[in-house]
Design a protein around this ligand. Structure first.
Ligand code: ZN
Ligand code: ZN
Length: 206
């Protein structure tokens, strides 16, 4: 069995992903295919743990699929969010330094030119039950198309060079001088000479 097959075996099913996310939508389908690309092409990834880092440039539905499928999660510190509003995902293997940049090359309007029109109608104040049914139908079809499209058609996938992000650190914590709750050292602030948490620092600052 080669590495690719080994990785393929690890791919979570789409239904497990939608269960975690709460619903099926085109965004979660994109995230699922992004994770699939990363696992397939970064063939040296052995363990789906902290060695595998994802940098995501949006905070949409797709990110939930990446957390479940690629094992890159906020809590482990191997999911880095950059608020760029872009459908771009970079995966890094900390062990080898290999990095892969995946960007969505097909917009929803290119996959189905009527998608936005139907969605707008369904969400307008004057929408009818038929409009909503029509939108549900087009959404289902969009999900199916995303799941079935060849990866290289859906995305632009390229190897890239990247500085390896630091591993999540463990910080000391201090007691906030105002609310008394513990706050991690790297997020603490100094207010009138006392160590406080960010909410207390920002509240009523004088
Ligand atoms: Zn969603
Ligand atoms: Zn506080």
């Amino acid at each position: 069995m080669n590495d690719i097959d080994k990785n393929k075996k690890k791919i979570t099913s789409f239904s497990e992903v939608t269960k975690f996310h709460g619903h099926a939508c085109p965004g979660i389908a994109i995230g699922y295919r992004v994770a699939e690309s990363a696992l397939e092409k970064l063939s040296s990834v052995k363990a789906l743990d902290e060695e595998f880092v994802a940098i995501v440039e949006n905070d949409s539905c797709s990110v939930d699929a990446i957390q479940v499928t690629a094992g890159c999660t906020m809590g482990k510190g191997n999911l880095i969010f950059k608020d760029h509003g872009k459908q771009v995902y970079t995966f890094i293997n900390r062990n080898t330094g290999e990095a892969l940049r995946i960007s969505l090359s097909k917009g929803f309007d290119e996959i189905d030119p009527s998608f936005f029109k139907v969605r707008e109608k369904a969400f307008s104040d004057s929408s009818t039950e038929e409009d909503i049914i029509e939108f549900e139908k087009i959404k289902e079809e969009m999900i199916k198309k995303i799941l079935e499209m060849p990866l290289d058609e859906l995305f632009t996938i390229e190897n890239t060079e990247m500085e390896i992000p630091l591993k999540a650190s463990i910080y000391k914590s201090f007691k906030c001088a105002e609310c008394g709750e513990p706050v991690s050292e790297h997020r603490a602030r100094v207010k009138n000479g006392a160590i406080v948490c960010i909410p207390c620092f920002e509240f009523n600052f004088s």
